[in-house]
Design a protein around this ligand. Structure first.
Ligand code: BG6
Length: 466
C-alpha cells in the first residue's frame, strides 16, 4: 500500500536530533505544503505541549530560522505525549493522540537500545497497525546486532514499511551521481576497469566531535560515516544500471555491488585520532577510537575487477568537503610517460556540486609540455533546496523506499567492515587541520591523495610537466 501516512509520530521529541534536524525539516515540509497531518512528539521529560512548542521555536531559531507562517501551522499540527517507553500507558495515550489515523509513520529518533521496547509496545497497543516505522542510524554496531535489529523490526513490520535512514540518500548531490552516470550516454563508455585506474573518495570535516564525544567514542569514523554514508556514495558510483528506477530495482543493484566487495584487510586500513580528542567530554582518556580512517577496497565484478577504491574520512581536517576523484589509465602513446600529467574525473558532492573533467593539453609556450586543465560544471545548492532530512522524511511518509537502506544492504555493508573493526588495528595521532597521520602513506592511491580545495579552483595536482 503506498497511501500517504496520515500522522507522524517522533519518539525522542525532546532530544538532540529533533532539535537539530527534525524541527527544521518539519517546518520546511509545512512551508512547501508537504505536511498537513498531526505530528505527535513522544518523550519522557515531564513536559507539556507548550514546552515542546517552545523547544521547536528555539530549535528553529538556531537551525535555519523561524518562518512565522509555517511555524504557526506546524505548532497547530503538533501534539505531545509524555511517558516512559517501558510503560504500556504511554502507548495507550499515543493511540488516543493519533485519533483515527490508520497509516501513521513512527520515527524512532532514539538510541537503538530502545528499539525493541518501543516496537513491542507499538505492536501490542495497536499504534503499529497499518503503520510505517522510520529508524535512525547507527543501524547496529556490527553484523550480529544489525541482524538482531532487523529481526525486531521485521517481527512487527513488513520490510516495505521499514525505513532505515541514511541521510546521505536524501542529498541531491549523492543522487546526482546516478543522474551523471545514467543520463549521459558517453559516461558508460569509460566507466569501467579498462579506462579507470583508481578511484578515491574523501569526506573531510574541519570540525571535531562537536559535543558528541560520548556517542562518537563508541562509534568511530568507520561506523559513523564509512559503513553507511560513504558506502552509499560508493554504490551509486559503481552499481550496474538498474532495470528500472523503482526502489527495488535500484536497491537490488546496490546490494549486488556490495556483494562483490571482499572484507577489508588489515593491511588496507589506517586509523588516526586527532590530538586533543581524548580531552573531549565523554571520551575515554586512553580511547582507541578513530576520528580518521583511510582504507582500500576492491570490487570483484566484471566492471571493476583490479581497480582499487580508496576511501578517506576524518574529523579536524583542513576543510569540509566530500569529493570523488576517478583517475584514468595512461594512454598507449608516443608521448613519454614522464611528460603525461593527469586525466581525471572529479565529482564534488559538497559544499557545492561539481562535475569536473581534468584533461591534458599542450601548455602555453614551445615544446612538448602538457598541463591538466579542468572543464568544470558547478553549482551551489539553492537557498530553497530541500535538506536531506526533509527529503527522507517526506519519502518515508509517502511510502517511497528508494531513499532508504534495505535489510540485506545493511548486512552486506557490515560484512565488509566488520572483520577489520574487530582487529584492534593501531591508532595513529595526527594534528588537527592536517590530512591525517603520516602512516596514511601506506594506504594511498597511485599518484597520491587529491585534497579537496575550497571553492571552484582547479585541483592542486593540475600543473605543467617539466
Ligand atoms: C552524521 C555523522 O551521520 O553525518 C556526523 O554522525 C557527520 O559525524 C555527519 O558529521 C555528516 O553529515 P553532513 O550532512 O553534514 O555531511
Amino acid at each position: 500500500m503506498t497511501t500517504h501516512s496520515d500522522a507522524l509520530v517522533f519518539f525522542g521529541a525532546t532530544g538532540d536530533l529533533a532539535y537539530k534536524k527534525i524541527f527544521p525539516a518539519l517546518q520546511a515540509m509545512v512551508k512547501r505544503g508537504h505536511l498537513n497531518v498531526p505530528v505527535v512528539g513522544v518523550a519522557k521529560a515531564g513536559w507539556n505541549l507548550d514546552q515542546l512548542r517552545a523547544r521547536a521555536h528555539d530549535s528553529l531559531e538556531k537551525h535555519g530560522g523561524v518562518d512565522p507562517t509555517a511555524f504557526e501551522k506546524l505548532i497547530g499540527l503538533l501534539r505531545y505525549v509524555d511517558g516512559d517507553y517501558q510503560d504500556a500507558a504511554t502507548f495507550t495515550a499515543l493511540r488516543k493522540a493519533l485519533e483515527d489515523a490508520h497509516r501513521p509513520a513512527h520515527y524512532l529518533a532514539i538510541p537503538p537500545i530502545l528499539f525493541e521496547t518501543v516496537v513491542g509496545h507499538l505492536a501490542e497497543s495497536n499504534c503499529g497497525r497499518g503503520a510505517r516505522v522510520i529508524v535512525e542510524k547507527p543501524f547496529g554496531h556490527d553484523l550480529a546486532s544489525a541482524q538482531e535489529l532487523n529481526k525486531v523490526l521485521l517481527g512487527a513490520f513488513d520490510e516495505g514499511d521499514v525505513f532505515r535512514i541514511d541521510h546521505y540518500l536524501g542529498k541531491r548531490a549523492v543522487n546526482n551521481v546516478l543522474a551523471f552516470r545514467f543520463a549521459n550516454t558517453f559516461v558508460e563508455a569509460f566507466w569501467n576497469r579498462t579506462y579507470i585506474e583508481s578511484v578515491q573518495i574523501t569526506m573531510a570535516e574541519d570540525f571535531g566531535v562537536q559535543g558528541r564525544g560520548g556517542f562518537y567514542d563508541q562509534t568511530g569514523t568507520i561506523r559513523d560515516v564509512v559503513q553507511n554514508h560513504l558506502f552509499q556514495v560508493l554504490s551509486n558510483l559503481t552499481m550496474e544500471p538498474p532495470v528500472g528506477f523503482d526502489s527495488e530495482s535500484v536497491r537490488d543493484e546496490k546490494v549486488k555491488v556490495l556483494k562483490a566487495i571482499p572484507p577489508i584487510e588489515e593491511k588496507n586500513l589506517v586509523r588516526g585520532q586527532f590530538r586533543g580528542y581524548r580531552d573531549e567530554n565523554g571520551v575515554a582518556k586512553d580511547s582507541q577510537t578513530e576520528t580518521f580512517a583511510t582504507l582500500k577496497l576492491e570490487i570483484n565484478s566484471w566492471r571493476w575487477k583490479g581497480v582499487p577504491f580508496y576511501i578517506r574520512a576524518g574529523k579536524s581536517l583542513p576543510t569540509t568537503s566530500t569529493e570523488i576523484v576517478s583517475k584514468f589509465r595512461k594512454p598507449p602513446t608516443l608521448i613519454p610517460d614522464s611528460l603525461l600529467v593527469e586525466n581525471h574525473l572529479r565529482l564534488r558532492l559538497s559544499p557545492e556540486v561539481t562535475i569536473a573533467m581534468g584533461m591534458m593539453a599542450l601548455a602555453p609556450g614551445e615544446g612538448l609540455s602538457l598541463q591538466t586543465g579542468e572543464m568544470v560544471a558547478s553549482h551551489s545548492p539553492r537557498a530553497d533546496e530541500m535538506d536531506a532530512y526533509e527529503r527522507v522524511l517526506g519519502a518515508a511518509m509517502a511510502g517511497d523506499s528508494s531513499l532508504f537502506a534495505r535489510e540485506d544492504y545493511v548486512e552486506e555493508a557490515w560484512r565488509i567492515v566488520e572483520p577489520v573493526l574487530k582487529k584492534n588495528t593501531p591508532i595513529y595521532q595526527y594534528s588537527p587541520n592536517t590530512w591525517g597521520p603520516d602512516e596514511v602513506e601506506r594506504v594511498t592511491p597511485p599518484g597520491g591523495w587529491q585534497n579537496p580545495i575550497v571553492g571552484h579552483e582547479a585541483p592542486s595536482v593540475a600543473g605543467q610537466a617539466a
